[in-house]
Structures are given as C-alpha cells and as structure tokens.
Ligand binder design. Structure first.
Ligand code: NAP
Length: 296
C-alpha cells in the first residue's frame, strides 16, 4: 500500500485560519499524519500539541508529502505562499474560495510547475467540519486522477463531491450557492429590522422565517423545470406583474417603518424592468434570463 492510497496518508496543509484549523483537526482525529504551515506561526502551536508536524516554511511543508492542501484567504495568497516552491509531482488541492477564472488559471499555473490540481469549494462552516452528520461537503473539480487518488483523505473533513475536469466548476457552484445565501441573509436582515421597529421578539421572527422560507424552497425545482422547458407562462401562480406591484407595498412598509429599502431595491428593480419589457405574465424564473440579457 502506497502512502497516497492509504486511508491514513500524509496531508500537507497550508493555512491555519478557522477553516484550515478545522480541516487539520479532522485529519488528525482520523489518524492522518498532517504537516502544517501558517504565515502566523503561533496558530500552528495548538495543532502541534495535537500531533501535527509543523513546517518552518511552505517549501518544507510541501516537501513532506504529495497531497498539498491550501486553505488560505484568497487566490492571491495561494499564489504568494506557493511562489518559488517546488511543486513537481505534487497534487495541489486548493480549497480556498476563488472565482472560476482564478481556479482555472491556478490549475494552469500548477500544471506549468509539474503538479496536478484540484479546486475545492467548501460548503460548510468550521463547526460542521469533521462532523459527517452536519451534511457539510466540499465541491471538487479538476484532475480526476488526483481526486481519485486522494478521495478518502479528502472525504474526512467534509463530504467530497467531484464535479468533473473543469477546475473552475467547483468554484462556480460554490459561489452560486454562496450568492443565494447572500440573498437569504439580505432578506433575513430586512425582515428582522422591520420586526424590530415594531418590537416583535426576534425569536418569534426566527421561528416564522424558518417555516416560511422552508415552504418556499421547492421554488428552486420549479425554476429549474421552467428554465429547462423555456416555458415561463403556463400555470404561473404568482406572475411578475403582480409581484412587481406587490413589491411597492414592501417598499412603502419599509418607508413607513423607517427601515432602509436598500436590500429590497435590486430585486424589485429587476422585476420592474422585466415587466416593462413585456414579461408581466411570466413566472419569476424568467428573471434568470433577464439578468443575462441586460445587466444593470
Ligand atoms: N470560515 C468559514 O466559514 C468558511 C466557509 C467556507 C469556506 N471558507 C473559505 O476557506 C478559506 C479560509 O477561510 P478561514 O475561515 O480559514 O479564513 P481566516 O480565518 O481568515 O484565515 C485566513 C488564512 O489565510 C492566511 N493568509 C491570508 N493572507 C495571507 C497571505 N498573504 N499569505 C499567507 N497567508 C495568508 C492566514 O494566515 P495568518 O494566520 O497569518 O493571518 C490564515 O491562515 C477562505 O477562502 C474562505 O472563503 C471559509
């Protein structure tokens, strides 16, 4: 059994922020030898006490093993940390949040240095890492061979979902889901502010929000069906003319309450533009193509 196919192969991990530290602890708990490096050396100390080997610099860390995981702030920090490091024969798995373009460019950069490259997008927060029942997972894409070789190790911190050979795809899906989460948090923020003005207890708002948004979630599947069929008008339950008009009530309510409308306006404006373009009888799924047609 070679080091790289064993369940307990060595993992080299560069970056010990909140997420990197959680990944390191998961691998240590699963019995993997782990070599770590972090720019601020003190962040490695607790992990050293838990059994990690601490490297003095990125080059020494990378020399310790074949699987090299980077979990850094952004793609630029990945470039600066690995600059000048010998990556020949290494498998670089970058779970740093990046744009798809950055991930593709980083894959070419790694290939030019003789490394296989897999990009990752983590769909978990640190407390979910190493907790299989949390449902946390990481999208991976890029070198299928490198992923297959390290799949067992990569499945330790979170579930591992390989998305194919395009190194940009993991980042694309990661950012798409994060963008949807942005919208949800924008909605939370506005709803809590509105309720706070009227002294509705936050816990009551939370309970109502969880139920309402869970009831609305199947709309994602309805969006998908309409986007696949191209039919935005058959069986529409809440057409955009009605929704755009209703949005005015949302805005007036915010104004009455003295709550900023800034989080509501972008989506409302998009609906108004689509209705003005003749899409009033269509379902909200039609806004997807409006966003592609005429970016504001
Ligand atoms: N935390 C989350 O909830 C979460 C969830 C999903 C994905 N992610 C992604 O995981 C990655 C790491 O997140 P995190 O929560 O661990 O972030 P973090 O706690 O802010 O840690 C950032 C890490 O990057 C290092 N770093 C930053 N700039 C650097 C540079 N120029 N050169 C060398 N090292 C540099 C930091 O080193 P120092 O210790 O020296 O500052 C630290 O190790 C990010 O891409 C993030 O988007 C995080």
């Amino acid at each position: 059994m070679t080091e790289n196919t064993a369940d307990t192969s060595r993992v080299v991990l560069l970056g010990l922020g909140d997420m990197g530290t959680a990944f390191a602890r998961a691998w240590l708990a699963a019995g993997h030898p782990v070599t770590v490096w972090n720019r601020t050396a003190s962040r490695a100390e607790p992990l050293a006490a838990e059994g990690a080997d601490v490297a003095a610099d990125p080059a020494a860390a990378v020399a310790a093993g074949r699987l090299v995981v980077t979990c850094l702030l952004d793609d630029a920090s990945v470039g600066s940390v690995l600059e000048g490091v010998d990556l020949a024969g290494k498998d670089v798995v970058d779970v740093t949040t990046s744009t798809p373009g950055e991930a593709r460019a980083r894959a070419e950069w790694a290939a030019a240095r003789g490394a296989r490259f897999v990009s990752g997008g983590i769909m978990a927060v640190p407390p979910m890492v190493g907790v299989p029942e949390s449902g946390g997972y990481t999208f991976y894409s890029g070198s299928a061979e490198a992923f297959a070789e390290h799949e067992k190790a990569l499945s330790v911190p979170t579930g591992a979902r390989f998305q194919g050979g395009d190194p940009g795809l993991a980042a694309l899906l990661d950012v798409a889901l994060l963008s949807a989460m942005d919208g949800m948090f924008a909605g939370f923020t506005h709803a809590f502010a509105l309720a706070r003005r009227s002294e509705v207890p936050p816990a009551r708002v939370a309970e109502l929000l969880e139920g309402w948004l869970a009831a609305m979630l199947p709309a994602a599947g309805e969006f998908a069906a309409r986007l696949e069929s191209g039919d935005f008008t058959t069986g529409v339950v809440s057409n955009l003319a009605m929704q755009a008009h209703g949005e005015k009530t949302l805005l007036r309510t915010a104004e009455e309450a003295g709550v900023s409308t800034e989080l509501l306006l972008p989506y409302g404006d998009l609906m108004v533009r689509h209705v003005a373009a003749g899409g009033g009888d269509e379902d909200g799924a039609a806004l997807v193509d409006r966003l592609l047609k005429d970016p504001a």
